[in-house]
Design a protein around this ligand. Structure first.
Ligand SMILES: [Zn+2]
Length: 177
């Protein structure tokens, strides 16, 4: 299943990327440029073909850790693939800012409105923004990718977009309250 999803994602990335100017990079490499709430940045080629770079994934896992608890969680490469394919659509010209990645149960419980069984607890979700990009645009890009892939959860919030690699769902938390 995971391999099937990866093939789908690579296909989506190739077709989306073909329409856009891409930075110079080696054949088959995938990049991501991320930043967390503390301002730490990782810009790295994390994948070449089907091979993931474990050191790069380790740096990303650290970046997306639970900042409050100081704890690293699991980080499925599939989540990084999704974020990378999204970022590729604007040519890796701006970082993806991860406001919340992995969460311990204690941190999750302290967040108002967080789902008790949030996919953040399993490292399957990221709340992201892109500097200078309205969340509606980011949400639409994620939703379009989700329709193409047949999975992903996307939540539109004031100030960020929740993205996860669970089943296909979409919701908004705009409006009063
Ligand atoms: Zn979230």
């Amino acid at each position: 299943m995971a391999l099937d999803r990866r093939s789908l994602i690579l296909g989506a990335g190739a077709s989306l990327g073909a329409a856009l100017a891409s930075p110079v990079r080696a054949e088959g490499e995938r990049w991501i440029w991320t930043r967390n709430g503390a301002g730490e940045e990782v810009a790295v080629a994390y994948r070449a073909g089907q091979d993931y770079d474990s050191i790069a994934l380790g740096r990303l896992r650290h970046l997306m850790r639970d900042m409050h608890a100081g704890a690293e969680g699991p980080l499925p490469p599939l989540l990084i693939d999704i974020l990378s394919v999204l970022q590729e659509q604007w040519g890796y010209s701006r970082p993806l800012v991860v406001r919340s990645g992995y969460r311990t149960p204690m941190t999750n419980a302290a967040i108002e409105g967080a789902a008790p069984a949030s996919l953040h607890l399993r490292g399957l979700a990221a709340d992201v923004t892109v500097p200078g990009m309205p969340v509606g645009n980011l949400g639409l890009a994620a939703w379009t990718l989700s329709r193409r892939l047949g999975f992903m959860g996307i939540g539109l919030y004031p100030g960020f977009v929740h993205i996860d690699i669970g089943p296909m769902r979409a919701w908004t938390r705009f409006g009063p309250g």
